[in-house]
Design a protein around this ligand. Structure first.
Ligand code: IMP
Length: 198
């Protein structure tokens, strides 16, 4: 049952929201924090002595990487790259373009690709192809969110935070038109005129 107080909380304006857009919490900040801690433990257990070189695609994974890096302990370094996917609407074209490359070589390093969300998997497929050609010592993938039903490319993460339904999510770094990245919770975004999913 939705109480009046809860209704009020749900309708509270969120940072960056526009008229008609609503967001509802899918994964609370507390659950995110706890899961990130667990993921960090799993990764560190697998590579207890290595310097972990975290690489992430700007900008959605930045908050996840920042929290993960602090939970990992030991030696950690990180680097970023930037890609453009040709329109979410035509994602099946699979075209991904490198806009900004990593600053340093990953050859011989233990590389952890840090992804905010795995959707069609086309971006990750492109990244893995790119990185594996550069001869890292180990190559692993950690994703916070996995929309498994949307997968087109045959890729998987080695460490997964949460499997989520096929909904558009924002917050914890993820945006809609550059907005909502600063929400602390992972939320489902409902746009005006989009029928709600049951
Ligand atoms: P993929 O190549 O289809 O797996 O797409 C991965 C990228 O699409 C992610 O790194 C996000 O930038 C973006 N993306 C996919 N689903 C969502 C979503 O629900 N909210 C926000 N961005 C998303």
């Amino acid at each position: 049952m939705v109480t009046a107080a809860r209704k009020l909380r749900l309708s509270k304006p969120r940072p960056g929201s526009r008229p008609g857009e609503t967001v509802r919490v899918l994964i609370s900040r507390a659950r995110v924090r706890q899961r990130v801690r667990q993921l960090a433990r799993e990764i560190r257990r697998d590579f207890p002595k290595d310097t972990l070189h975290l690489v992430a695609v700007l900008k959605g994974s930045v908050l996840f990487l920042a929290d993960l890096a602090r939970e990992l302990g030991g030696e950690v370094s990180f680097d970023f790259l930037s890609v453009s996917s040709y329109g979410k609407t035509t994602a099946s074209s699979g075209e991904v373009k490198l806009i900004k490359d990593l600053d340093v070589s990953i050859e011989g390093r233990t590389v952890i690709a840090v992804e905010d969300i795995l959707d069609t998997g086309l971006t990750l497929k492109y990244l893995l192809h790119l990185f594996e050609g550069r001869k890292p010592k180990h190559m692993r993938v950690v994703v916070l969110l996995d929309k498994i039903d949307r997968r087109i490319a045959d890729v998987h993460a080695d460490y997964t935070g949460f499997t989520i339904p096929d909904e558009f999510v924002v917050g914890y770094g993820l945006d809609y038109d550059e907005r909502y990245r600063n929400l602390a919770d992972v939320c489902v975004l409902q746009l005006p005129h989009t029928p709600a999913k049951k």
